[in-house]
Design a protein around this ligand. Structure first.
Ligand SMILES: *Cc1c(COP(=O)(O)O)cnc(C)c1O
Length: 447
């Protein structure tokens, strides 16, 4: 969805003490069953607030800048802005979106390694000064149209696992960094710090040890050349679990204490994306078609031997990898869904695969899972669906993103007010509405 200003008003349903997100999903499924059975999201804003509270308690010395491409739902931006995070944008649309929420330019970083000239100009016009950069070509473009830019040089952290090897080779070696610093100086550009990014699959303590000491080398080189180096960006890759946050902090803190103690005046920042949104969003989809794959004994000699003649089911859902499951194309695994309808424990389970509606071979969402037999019209609920489903990755071809129904529990709502966020001032595009009962009329956001 391309958010526009006329969409800037949202209702958030306040949940009574004993209501759960699950009840809200049930209610909307009930409504949808009478209507078109369209897919929809339910977003629990409390989950986002708790992630911020966890961040503050575990990573106190690191300021988070939320990566918009992960999920650019306006309510997410508004709540995170109210909670005081900065933002990483990588397109004109993302810059416009965060600016429309009144985020200050100093709290925005233009990320992305390959920037169109017009985007750099637009950042300059908005007064967004922090830009990430990892090549001389980028440096020259920035020098042409953004002389006030403050650059963060992205250093490579090396391939640390199989997945990293297949990803794009971004980042500078230490030797490249010296060249870049000299080049920046020649172009009268300002370098303000260093960024590295360690993907969550590689978040081993040694990776942080290396990256922080490399960053120190680049800081030293930069200072030697006369730059005021004062920002260290430790990137993203936080999977959302408290355990990982703690692990990262345990590796990071001693390194920061040695190389970047507070006396150096260096601000340490991070770029979490999935961390904030993954668990907060659940996606409900309905089964629109179904096929039974008969097992051909000729192709499955093992089955014949073991006497396995159970059918396999292919289910087609009304959302797929060309929509909210685009993250499947990033090689991220899709969680096994839960069934909306309670099935009895005695029901037999069958090998099943789940597909999007496009009839394209790529549109396989879940390759294989065990489910009781489903019927057309049944619903499945995918939890942890907030990351890369409603941002730049979401590929809703016909422009129809599933609607998002926002909820917050009463307890969490009081919590956010304790964090100093007030409805009238900081989150003026929100209204929190109390539902007398979950079976009353539904609330939705503008589509
Ligand atoms: C996507 C992205 C992130 C966030 O990654 P997560 O795994 O969601 O934390 C951080 N930085 C950059 C530059 C990204 O492109």
């Amino acid at each position: 969805m391309k958010g526009t200003l006329d969409e800037l008003h949202y209702s958030v349903e306040l949940l009574e003490r004993d209501a759960a997100v699950r009840d809200v999903i049930d209610k909307h499924i009930c409504d949808q069953t009478l209507a078109q059975k369209n897919a929809f999201f339910v977003a629990d804003l409390g989950a986002i607030i708790w992630q911020q509270i966890r961040w503050k308690s575990r990573m106190e010395q690191v300021r988070p800048f939320y990566v918009l491409k992960c999920n650019s739902s306006p309510v997410v931006i508004e709540i995170l802005a109210a909670l005081g995070t900065g933002f990483i944008c990588s397109s004109k649309h993302e810059l416009e979106l965060v600016k429309s929420f009144g985020v200050l330019s100093q709290d925005i970083i233009l990320g992305g390694m390959c920037k169109q000239l017009s985007l750099i100009k637009y950042a300059a016009k908005l007064g967004v000064q922090l830009l990430v950069c990892d090549s001389e070509a980028e440096l020259r473009k920035i020098a042409r149209c953004h002389s006030k830019a403050k650059l963060l040089l992205q250093v490579t952290t090396g391939g640390c696992c199989e997945r990293e090897e297949t990803s794009m080779p971004f980042g500078l070696t230490l030797k490249d960094c010296r060249h870049m610093l000299e080049c920046a100086k020649e172009l009268s550009l300002h370098v303000a710090g260093v960024k590295f990014h360690i993907p969550s699959c590689c978040a081993e303590p040694q990776a942080f040890t290396h990256a922080v000491s490399d960053a120190r080398c680049v800081f030293d080189m930069g200072e030697e050349l006369g730059f005021v180096m004062n920002i260290l960006d430790i990137g993203g890759g936080f999977d959302g679990t408290e355990a990982q946050l703690e692990k990262v902090n345990r590796a990071l803190k001693p390194m920061l204490d040695v190389y970047f103690p507070p006396s150096t005046g260096v601000s340490v920042i991070a770029e979490p994306g999935a961390y904030y949104v993954s668990a907060a969003f659940s996606l409900a989809v309905s089964i629109i078609s179904k096929k039974i794959v008969s097992r051909d004994a000729g192709q499955h000699p093992d089955d014949e031997l073991s006497g396995n003649d159970e059918p396999e089911f292919q289910y087609y859902m009304n959302d797929g990898v060309f929509g909210s499951f685009a993250y499947k194309l990033l090689d991220e695994s899709v969680p096994v869904p839960s069934l909306h309808k309670e099935k009895s424990l005695e029901e037999p389970l069958f090998s099943s695969s789940l597909w999007g509606p496009s009839s394209d071979g790529l549109d396989q969402v879940v390759e294989s899972c065990l489910l009781p037999e489903l019927s057309v019209g049944d619903w499945l609920v995918f939890s942890h669906s907030g990351a890369n489903s409603l941002g730049a990755m979401g590929a809703h071809a016909d422009g129809h993103r599933p609607p998002v129904h926002y909820v917050i529990s009463a307890g969490d709502w009081y919590e956010i007010q304790n964090c100093g966020v007030t409805l009238d001032t900081t989150m003026k595009n929100f209204s929190v509405v109390q539902q007398p009962s979950l079976t009353e009329t539904s609330i939705s956001t503008p589509a």
